[in-house]
Write a protein that binds this ligand. Structure first.
Ligand code: T46
Length: 137
């Protein structure tokens, strides 16, 4: 599975906590884009796509949600509910996001600029894509 839960570098003192992520030190790519997700609801899921090349790290700064991660053979669920852990998602991973708390706040660090052509939004197409990659290996 091309994902990992990364413990973040947290500096903690009586004033509170400060978390740091530096490209190539704490994470395997340079950040070209950041986006954030807020005002969520448990009634609405997100995601339902894969990326051909994009790598991302998801930080859950507040609240909680669940990621379903699928490499075409295996499907695993990951709950995010701590700002002290980052979820790294590599390329060619199908993701669905569900069970958002109302107060969920996600920050996502991405390895590239937004490109809609880079998304695979159809699960059958994703499975075909994975088969093609395996044939070339
Ligand atoms: C992902 C998960 C974790 C942009 O115009 N620029 C952007 O950088 C992004 C991320 C989105 N958008 C537009 C495209 C759509 O019209 O924002 C709208 C909502 O995007 P989407 O439906 O793709 O949102 P999610 O939450 O389903 O997926 C997002 C990311 O798109 C995706 O890369 O891995 O969060």
């Amino acid at each position: 599975m091309n994902y990992a839960l990364l413990p973040l570098r947290i500096f903690s003192d009586e004033r509170g906590k400060l978390g740091v992520l530096e490209s190539y030190k704490d994470m395997p790519f340079a950040i070209k884009r950041m986006y954030y997700i807020f005002d969520t609801s448990p009634s609405f899921d997100r995601g339902g796509h894969a990326h051909r090349e994009l790598e991302q790290i998801v930080l859950c700064l507040c609240g909680s949600c669940e990621f379903v991660l699928d490499n075409g053979s295996l499907r695993e669920n990951v709950k995010l509910n701590s700002p002290e852990v980052g979820l790294y998602i590599g390329k060619n991973m199908w993701r669905e996001m569900k069970n958002f708390s109302y107060d969920c706040r996600l920050v996502v660090l991405a390895s590239d600029y937004y490109d809609d052509r880079e998304y695979i939004r159809d699960y059958a197409e994703f499975i075909e894509f994975i088969k093609e990659i395996k044939c070339k290996e």
